[in-house]
Structure formats: C-alpha cells, structure tokens
Design a protein around this ligand. Structure first.
Ligand code: FAD
Length: 282
C-alpha cells in the first residue's frame, strides 16, 4: 500500500504543465488523486513524475454564456453538485455529481480526472455523451474532441500521453436527468443512464440517451431515442415501452458485481426512470 518513489511538480500554468509532461520520465497528471493515488498505492501504475494541476486554479470554473457552458477540468464534483445553474440548466450533470462517490471523493475528485480516467463504471462518461459535450485538449496544438470520440474503452480515451484535458463545453439541457443503479459500497454505476430531451410543450421531440456501466465505454441507445419521439412526457407506460430493449445489440459485461442478464434487465428500468425524470422541470 506504499507507492513507488516519484518526482513531484506543481506547475503554475498549463504551458509549464505541458512542458513537464513532455520532459518528465513516465510522467502523469495528478488532479484530485481519487483514482490515481489508490492505483499508485496498489502499484497498478508507477509514474516516475507527478504533475499536480492544483497549482493552476484557473482550471476550476463553471461559466455560462447564453445557453452554452464551459467547465474547467479541475472543477470538483462537489462544486458542480452545489451549483444552482448547473442544476437548472444541466440537471443531468448535477444529478451525476450529487450521486457520485462519497463526500471525500466529491470534495477532491475532478470532472477532468474522472473523464480522463474513463472507468467503465464511472458516471460522467454517459453524461458527456448525452450532452454531446466537447473536450478541449491542450498539447502541441489545442484540439477539440467530441464526447462520442473521446471515450475509447476501459481506462482508454482519445488523450495522447503528452496532452491535458483543460475544459469541457456543452449546450444547456433544461430537460435532462441522470439515474443510476449503484453499487452499495463504492457508489459506482452498475447501470447509469443519462437522458437529454428536447420537449415541445409536453411532447418529446428528440432525445439523446446514453448508458454507462454496461460496456467498456458508454453508448447511445439509438432504438430508445427513436421510439421516444412523439411520446407525451406524462405517458409513463409509453416511456417504459420505448425503453424496453435499451441495450439491444451491445456486448454487456458480467462481473462479480452483476451478471450481464441483470445489467440488461436493469438498463430498461433505469432508462425509463431517467427519461421520466428528464421530462419534469427542475
Ligand atoms: C471510494 C471511491 C468511490 C468512487 N465512486 C465513484 C462513483 O460513484 N462514480 C464515479 O464516476 N466515480 C467514482 N469514483 C472516482 C472519482 O470520480 C474520481 O474522482 C475520478 O475517477 C478521478 O478524478 P481525480 O480528479 O481524482 O483524478 P486523479 O485520480 O488525479 O487522476 C485520474 C487519472 O486521470 C488523469 N488526469 C487527471 N486529470 C487530468 C487532466 N486534466 N488531463 C489529463 N489527464 C488527467 C491522471 O493522470 C490519472 O490517470 C470513486 C472513487 C473512490 C476512491
């Protein structure tokens, strides 16, 4: 439970962090440390250089401009969970931040760390997919990566070794919600469903439904999205029917925590709950 030795740097700008990342031996970014430090203690990873982003506080912010939001990578789960604008304008993210882990994890863990870590049971990846978010990545050049291209697999993202996730942007989603069936000890998602709806009066015009916890990476439930169009928001039976078979065609994982059959059955139930919650105003 004691990590291997490493060098520690606390840069004061992104440029300095990028330089250290390029030059440092087996270098890794440290954000909230809620996933990296346990992995180092178990020696699953043994970075020789740690670059702590906490010296770059401008990476922690939530900014709204009209209907568009920018969240800095260093923003903690707790600050998202306490943000009234996030609750009102992007309920799906607010729900996930509030449901994630425990108070210590929420106070220290960051949105950028959680997305870069890409745990298949994490909450934000499905949320980012449903929000159709854009990831701003700093490296030799700054580039933008759509959420659909960012999450590649288990602990695998589109980030290069010498790149840093700096910001995430997305449009407001007034009708949105995240619901998960969580593991009782860790609170990680056995199944997590993020729903973003476009409503016209009380009718669902369009939907983005993303599911996490089931596969190596989150995925959109295209069949559910199609079936939801035209349904009244208060028609629970129709929503339930539309969400049946939510994971059709997906390779659902089985592990010690839940079988594929259980996860598959629960996905339908959780999807219907998430869609129902998204139809209601905050
Ligand atoms: C007890 C416990 C319960 C938890 N429960 C949940 C849960 O219910 N749901 C859930 O989703 N998560 C859960 N987590 C994980 C939590 O969300 C972590 O905060 C998150 O996974 C990592 O964020 P961090 O800021 O701590 O990143 P760190 O641990 O510091 O880093 C994680 C990884 O991301 C890289 N990284 C970090 N920031 C950046 C960046 N800006 N650019 C590039 N790479 C970067 C690091 O190099 C490292 O590889 C739990 C963790 C614990 C310990």
């Amino acid at each position: 439970m004691i990590p291997a030795t490493f060098n520690y740097f606390r840069p004061h700008s992104i440029e300095e962090a990028l330089l250290l990342l390029r030059q440092g031996e087996a270098a890794k970014i440290l954000a909230g440390g809620q996933s990296l430090i346990p992995m180092m203690k178990f020696r699953v990873v043994e970075p020789k250089t740690l670059i702590d982003l906490q010296g770059v506080p401008e990476l922690a912010h939530v900014m709204w401009a009209g209907g568009h939001c920018t969240v800095g990578a260093l923003t903690t789960h707790a600050s998202l969970a306490a943000d009234a604008d996030v609750r009102r304008k992007a309920g799906v993210l607010w729900d996930a931040a509030n449901a994630l882990g425990d108070p210590q994890v929420r106070n220290l863990g960051t949105i950028g760390g959680a997305c870069s870590h890409a745990d298949p049971s994490a909450d934000y990846p499905a949320v980012m997919l449903a929000l159709d978010a854009c990831f701003i990545v700093a490296g030799e050049k700054t580039r933008e990566v759509a959420a659909a291209d960012f999450f590649k697999g288990t602990f695998e993202t589109a980030l290069g070794e010498s790149e840093i996730l700096t910001k995430i942007t997305f449009d407001a989603a007034a009708h949105s919600a995240y619901v998960k069936l969580e593991h009782p000890a860790s609170h990680y998602a056995l199944v997590g469903v993020a729903a973003v709806l476009v409503m016209s009066r009380d009718t669902i015009e369009d939907a983005r439904i993303a599911i996490g916890g089931l596969a190596d990476a989150p995925f959109r439930a295209g069949g559910v999205e199609r079936r939801l169009r035209g349904i009244k928001g208060n028609d629970g039976a129709a929503i339930k029917a539309a969400c049946t078979g939510a994971v059709t065609g997906q390779d659902v994982r089985s592990d010690v925590e839940a079988s594929a059959a259980y996860r598959t059955a629960m996905a339908d139930v959780i999807a219907a709950r998430a869609v129902g919650a998204a139809t209601r105003p905050r």
